[in-house]
Design a protein around this ligand. Structure first.
Ligand SMILES: Nc1ncnc2c1ncn2[C@@H]1O[C@H](COP(=O)(O)OP(=O)(O)OP(=O)(O)O)[C@@H](O)[C@H]1O
Ligand SMILES: Cc1cn([C@H]2C[C@H](O)[C@@H](COP(=O)(O)O)O2)c(=O)[nH]c1=O
Length: 193
């Protein structure tokens, strides 16, 4: 099973991915976690340079690279699945759809880039406003994060797509513990914990 934790910048994805992995391990459920972008791979290093404004790419190129970064990890994802591990994704191909749409790319074009990767079984959207995102991180914001208007657009597109695609929407402005409990509830409804 693949569970995806999605959401805008500073929504709490990393925090919640760690809390979820810990909670599942405590229940003796095998768990493997991936985070995208994975900045350690060759493609990931290029993505990091782009986000830190040290490289310039047209939007088509950066969204291809962000998808390529997932293909770099395909064998590891398949290996985790073959061990019957629950796979938790801190961002997955859904991020490319949302940020790509915000950057003016077409949905079909974006979806094609990730077509063939293992599909998500449950997508959890940590719904964060641009204002809360900025409150949580005030400095060192990357290329996408520092544009207020862009982040407002991201929140809006996330909500629209989440409703259309039946993702589980969770209010990310609640406390870390409340968000965690709501995530566990959503997973229990799907698999029973
Ligand atoms: N529910 C919460 N309430 C208040 N602060 C939170 C909450 N969840 C996370 N934070 C804080 O917000 C910041 C960002 O959290 P985190 O790194 O988990 O977010 P993220 O979605 O993974 O961010 P990004 O995608 O931008 O890397 C951290 O300082 C974290 O402690
Ligand atoms: C995986 C992925 C990410 N993005 C965007 C979303 C964020 O603005 C950055 C990654 O930053 P983070 O702090 O490490 O979360 O990249 C994207 O546009 N497409 C993707 O597939």
């Amino acid at each position: 099973m693949i569970i995806v934790i999605e959401g805008g910048d500073q929504a709490g994805k990393k925090t919640q991915t760690a809390l979820l992995a810990k909670a599942l391990k405590q229940r003796k459920i095998k768990t493997t976690t991936f985070s995208f972008p994975d900045y350690k791979t060759p493609v990931g290093k290029e993505i990091a340079k782009y986000l830190n404004c040290k490289r310039k790419f047209p939007p088509q190129v950066i969204h291809c690279l962000l998808a390529a970064n997932r293909w770099e990890k395909l064998n590891e994802i398949l290996a985790a699945q073959s061990k019957n591990s629950i796979v938790i994704m801190n961002r997955y191909y859904h991020s490319n759809l949302i940020y790509g749409l915000a950057n003016g790319m077409k949905s079909k074009w974006l979806k094609n880039l990730d077509d063939g990767l293992p599909k998500a079984d449950l997508v959890i959207l940590l719904d964060v406003t641009q204002r809360e995102s900025f409150r949580r991180k005030k400095t060192n914001r990357d290329k996408f994060e520092k544009n207020e208007e862009f982040l407002r657009k991201i929140s809006k597109i996330y909500r629209t797509i989440a409703k259309k695609e039946y993702w589980k929407i969770i209010d990310a402005s609640k406390s870390k513990q409340e968000v965690h409990e709501n995530i566990l509830k959503a997973i229990s409804q799907k698999i029973g914990l």
